[in-house]
Design a protein around this ligand. Structure first.
Ligand code: BDR
Ligand code: CA
Length: 332
């Protein structure tokens, strides 16, 4: 019997965040104890509304704490409505009113309170700009000792970036927070574009899922992924009507790390200039670089560099296809 992972999911839903959330709810070894939201794919208010909505229509009750509206110090950008829809879920035509409650704590306060209450037990899966984690570190510098581990969907090493030639969106959205997080000294794994660009999910995958379940949650996911796949159809025509799996792979790593090949080393993030948001992995390891910031002895990050694509897709399919959905919590 595999252990259950108690998880706080830090997210900016966002279509691939929605997929990731539903994978986490569906997987028998993941217990989502809380959700924290942040700006990114949409405003933080919209991200919160979406998190409450996605959870409620799937029939679950999970605490949601709203987080940062803007990066730590960089100027805020404009949410990419052309990728995720202006509402983050592919511009849903209608929404039911779901029962759900926002926590009184901010996301950073919530993460710290939960980590202090359950030391060594909670895994933080972050699939969004790392601003909430950066703020939580400022409140509680011992957070790396209090959390069990952190898994980030962020960054890229060899694969070209998706917002600049070298930067991935989550790292680029708040590079100062990302560099704080990569140098904080926790048990940290990076699931970046080097692997997420190897796992492509066709829209018919979500169509089959919606038909199988015939449930508001999976028809909502189909609507959102159809929009997302249309964006990728234009940006990356070679994919067809399909999208990258991105955020869900952070959860796949949590439950099936054997599907990934790892390289370990110190990761730093460029916080200014043309390389802003670039995640740089010291792949040499043995060289002692003289430059400040690369001193030996820094805590290494486990970086996912290769993935078993077919096994990942099979796991995502069997997990989301299982019997996990409940009666939607909708206001009558
Ligand atoms: C990441 O950026 C966001 O747009 C996605 O939700 C994902 O977290 C991919 O670069
Ligand atoms: Ca995301």
């Amino acid at each position: 019997m595999n252990a259950t992972h108690k998880v706080i999911f830090d997210t900016d839903p966002g279509v691939d965040d929605a997929m990731a959330l539903y994978f986490a709810l569906a997987h028998p070894n993941i217990d989502v104890v809380g959700i924290t939201t942040v700006f990114g794919n949409v405003t933080v208010q919209q991200a919160t509304e979406n998190a409450l909505y996605l959870v409620g229509i799937a029939g679950y009750k999970i605490p949601v704490a709203q987080g940062a509206p803007v990066p730590l110090s960089k100027a805020a950008g404009i949410p990419p409505g052309f990728i995720h829809g202006d509402d983050g879920l592919g511009n849903l035509k209608t929404r039911s009113t779901v029962k759900g409650r926002l926590e009184k704590y901010s996301a950073a306060e919530y993460i710290v309170a939960m980590a202090r209450a359950h030391p060594g037990e909670i895994t933080l899966v972050a699939a969004a700009p790392q601003t909430n984690l950066g703020l939580a570190l400022k409140i509680e510098p011992d957070l790396p000792k209090l959390l069990k581990k952190v898994i980030l969907m962020a960054g890229t090493v060899i694969e070209p970036g998706n917002v600049s030639p070298v930067a991935e969106a989550n790292a680029w959205n708040d590079p100062d927070a990302a560099d704080l997080v990569f140098t904080a000294g926790w048990d940290l794994t990076m699931v970046g574009l080097d692997v997420t660009h190897r796992v492509v999910l066709p829209c018919h995958f979500f169509d089959a899922l919606a038909k199988k379940h015939n449930h508001l949650a999976t028809t909502t996911l189909l609507h959102a992924t159809d929009f997302y796949c249309s964006f990728y159809g234009m940006a990356r025509p070679e994919l067809g009507h399909a999208c990258f799996a991105h955020d869900v792979l952070a959860f796949v790593y949590l439950v099936a790390p054997e599907l990934f090949k790892i390289q370990e080393g110190c990761v730093r993030v460029a916080t200014a200039g043309i390389a802003n948001g670039q995640t740089m992995l010291d792949r040499h390891g043995k060289l002692s670089y003289p430059q400040p910031g690369w001193e030996p002895g820094r805590t290494p990050t486990r970086v996912c560099m290769q993935v078993d694509t077919d096994a990942c897709i099979r796991l995502i399919e069997s997990t989301l296809g299982s019997n996990w959905l409940r009666k939607p919590l909708i206001e009558e």
